[in-house]
Design a protein around this ligand. Sequence first.
Ligand code: 3NM
Ligand code: MG
Length: 502
Amino acid sequence: MAVDLSLYLVTDSTPAILKGRDICTVVEEALKGGVTVVQYRDKKSDTGEQIATARKLHQICQKYGVPLLINDRVDVALAVGAEGVHLGQDDMKFAEAKKILPKEAIIGISASTLEEAQKAIADGADYLGIGTMFATPTKTNTRYVLGTAGTQAILDAISTTSVNTVAIGGINHSNVQRVIYQSESPKKALDGVAIVSAIMAADDSKAAAEELAKLIKNPPCIRTGSSALLQEVPAIVRKMVEVHPLVHNMINFVVANFVANVVLSIGASPIMSPYGDEAKDLCKFDGALLINMGTLTSESVSNYLKAIAAYNGRGNPVIYDPVGAGATGIRRNAVSDLMAGGYFDLIKGNEGEIRQAWGSSGVQQRGVDSGPSTLDGQQKARLARDLARRERNVVLMTGAVDYLSDGERVIAVENGHPFLGQVTGTGCAVGSISGCFLTAHRSDRLLAVLSGILMYEIAAENAASKEYVRGPGSFVPAFLDELYAIRTAAGKGDDSWFTGRA
Ligand code: 3NM
Ligand code: MG
């Protein structure tokens, strides 16, 4: 079955949803917006009326090259020559429908449990409608509310089959990205989402479908200004400035000076100490520890492990920046030893480094650069999420777009400036800054790291926009000034550096 299930519209003929509009007009608008399959679902109308409506809908769908499926009523599907049917657990049995319908007809089955899913797969269903995702007023006789965890469990159990799947129930603009991402099991993802009210009841069903199609295509992405999370950022920056956190850096010698200056500029205190035994005293200040293995030596790993143990022992934040993780055998071993030997609240690295931390084989970094990207945005978002989920921590994959995840939420941060890529230490400083924010804001690590990145990248944008900044050389002092300017504003309780970009 080569049907694109990604944005699956299920119709509803109740007045509460149609609000006096003609169903055909609403569906056609939704098709213009990018709906990929339509299911005509009408629980009330007489058979003659259902056939008349289905016939009109079929003509419209054909115009857009989109298949029309009929809910429950195999006879209506036959009468109008629809592409298939969708059958609930109380409807006609799969085998009976199969006998009556043309060979090529699509048959989808509703499944609320693993047993129902397995039965439908064994029968030969073309796709499963897995639900109910979230309790919804559109369907009141819901049997099980699965949530993303329940959906994921089903997907996981059927991951060796090639059956297609859509989730249904309470899915809308605000949750569609997390529904797709949180439902995904390591080996099987949803092929789409089925939606009634978020499209059918929308004032502008074309715009609603368009927006949903866009959200489905892109990884979860919070652009500055579009999220409730972001509203909390300025207050967290204020708190960080007030707390004046200490961050202990076990960092490479190339960037140590720059990173220390960045930390000072944001109003925090850096201490640079590669000496593992010192950590048992330093950790008592309740700051964070950054492990940056940029200039690894034969002694580094044992020093790191001592320091990690000291900070882990107090429950203080530990950040790991596996610089050049995939560059050499020695670094690959260091990654395994450190990840086995301690707990990191945050793992921060470029694509190659995060892949190495995940355990991908064949990562070959050229020096400490990430090398050519092998992953698209969706894959990066997934990898960050999967690693964070496995490690029960927060993962930040840096790049032109940064992907930040705590295993549930994934945020793509698009702020920043290309000059950041032209100055050594700008990536390493993110680890240090994250340590300051993780120390100051412990209740939500994702939000803490997000606040740090945004302060940092917005300062970079401000610096690059200065008239006197002509390149990386003049950028550096301007950047420190802009970090200092935000810190000064935040120190006075002034959040205006953030609003306007939001
Ligand atoms: N079937 P909305 S939930 C038609 O769980 C339907 O099988 C469900 O509507 C199931 O997108 C549902 O407005 C209604 O929440 C979905
Ligand atoms: Mg039904």
